[in-house]
Design a protein around this ligand. Structure first.
Ligand code: FMN
Length: 211
């Protein structure tokens, strides 16, 4: 019977294609993202569900080379600390991994959780404010796939150092640091899988209870 509200078959296929073919991109061409495309990405971002309709996010756009270099230096520091957690073969694989495209990407987005007036839902679970910001990032990531724009999430960074660098006001907390741009290639599978870092785990799906 299906649902009256379902999309047409072509529309459904496009939605699933954008979701399934989304990748974390770390190799970018330098050409800028046109403003009208960026506007559509922000529309997708800002349409995300948020606890109590708080929309508890704020975005800082970074295009200046100097700031990108400073963020890259923070990444290098965090990466060398993370590297020390692995030994032997794992460390050798780690050394070969490309884990960011900070210096190439024409645009960086620093996505913050910001203080919001009290609403419902986040009293019992304050972390739902952060989840809301992450959902907005997810929307942007999938919309970017449809636009042929790559997004790479860089979490190997000290968030407080990034907050200081960008002059974040009190109460603003870095949730995601993203590189955006036109990719040099579109990998069919996660780069970490291809590099032999990790296999993809199957979906864990239980009925009623955990076994
Ligand atoms: C919260 C979050 C943080 C991430 N941080 C990094 C990162 O610092 N460096 C990196 O190379 N990839 C990072 N990624 C990308 C993941 O490695 C990637 O999503 C995963 O390997 C699956 O690949 P796919 O996104 O292409 O499907 C991050 C992804 C998420 C969701």
């Amino acid at each position: 019977m299906g649902s009256y509200w379902a999309f047409s078959q072509g529309e459904r296929e496009a939605v699933y294609r954008a979701i399934l073919a989304r990748r974390d991109i770390r190799h970018f061409r330098p050409d800028p993202i046109p403003e009208e495309v960026l506007k559509r990405l922000y529309q997708a971002f800002h349409a995300a569900p948020s606890v109590g309709l708080t929309k508890p996010w704020a975005v800082v756009e970074i295009r200046e080379r100097g700031t990108k270099e400073e963020v890259f230096a923070l990444h290098q520091r965090a990466r060398s600390q993370e590297r020390a957690l692995f030994q032997g073969k794992a460390q050798r694989v780690y050394d070969r991994l490309r884990l960011e495209g900070l210096l190439e990407a024409p645009l960086h987005l620093a996505v913050f959780q910001r203080p919001v007036p009290r609403s419902l839902g986040h009293q019992t679970m304050p972390e739902t404010l952060t989840y809301s910001v992450v959902l907005a990032v997810g929307n942007l990531w999938i919309a970017a796939r449809a636009e042929g724009i790559g997004v790479g999430w860089v979490s190997i960074l000290d968030p407080e150092a990034v907050e200081r660098l960008l002059g974040a006001p009190p109460g603003y907390r870095l949730v995601a640091y993203l590189c955006l741009g036109y990719p040099r290639a579109w990998p069919e599978e996660p780069l970490l899988k291809r590099a032999g870092w990790r296999h993809e785990e199957p979906l864990l799906r239980y009925r009623e209870r955990f076994p």
